[in-house]
Design a protein around this ligand. Sequence first.
Ligand code: XIL
Length: 362
Amino acid sequence: MDPISRRRIALAAPALLLAGCHAANAQPEGPISVPPLRQVAPFPVGACAMTGQFQDPTFVSTLVSNFSQITPEWEMKMEAILKNDGTFDFTRPDMVADFAAQHGMRLHGHTLVWYAQEMPAFKRIDGAGKPFADAYRNYILAVAGRYRGRVVSWDVVNEAINENGEGERDCIWSRNLGPDYAALAYRHAQEADPTVPLFLNDYFLDTLPNKRRSFLRMAERILKSGAPLSGLGTQTHVSIHMRPGAIKAAIKDLASLGLPIHLSELDVSTRNADGVKGRFDMTPMSERLQIQARVVGEAMEAFMSLPAHQRFAFTIWGVRDKDSWLRRPPNAGDGTDRPLLFDDDGHPKPAARALVEAVSRT
Ligand code: XIL
């Protein structure tokens, strides 16, 4: 080794040592103060919400002051609307829509067609041919029609790509209506609400490049058929073990079709990753929250790098850590996950600051 290299190592060593000490001794930060997110971002910043949370004043104040858009967490899904006898119950989705209107917030409809919801009213007519196709059209017309003028957009088809990223899912919709069930859904939604933007939404588009490819292929097929797909949603359910650069690469690829992008369900789990760092990862929570902030910062930077007309909205899957679906069964785990931008008391976390900094920087 030549003397110059030796000197470089000697100079680098104290810095590494310091970095190591810092990581080991990272202390919880004092209170963090950030401006309301909705005022900082030049595009809508969303959060999901449920009617049960509207009674909680801290939830409401944190939601309303920081976010400008709501995605119903589950009350606009088929399981909430379609009763077993085939009739519709709009009580709860109406409450979400009313809440959004009362607070001057935009409402993103979620979701009309989802493989995960094979409701009894459809199962009963599985294989029936025309009655199934009629019920499909009728459902989409009824729901999209009811919220015409009240939603700013819809996730029409949700999670259509196979878990392993290869090809499209086989589901009750594809089995009954053929591989073009999705294109059909976009046509029906447009019939009900002719001008509203209609999205295709999916997860792991960042962690699985092959899933992203299948997703883009599906989107192109829908577009080629002439169906009115008008935006792409990338859920972005990720964790602190996320490979740096993966979210950026995903957003860049997804933008290649020129459609508006909705970063639609961001959360960053702080839990240990099975098989990644092992069950005995002792990284302190204070450090996990800093890593989380870096992931959120990367997501926002990636979003900011899109041309303005492709930035549809940036949505977080919940408000406070304790509101997260990752803290409820079947995801509850050990109950310590802290995946969102606000802590259990509604105070901003390092991730909220990182989001604001990324918006201001770019
Ligand atoms: C989840 C909700 O957060 C849960 O409360 C519900 O029980 C199941 O669905 N992808 C989606 C969302 O598109 O609709 C899911 O929401 C999370 C994953």
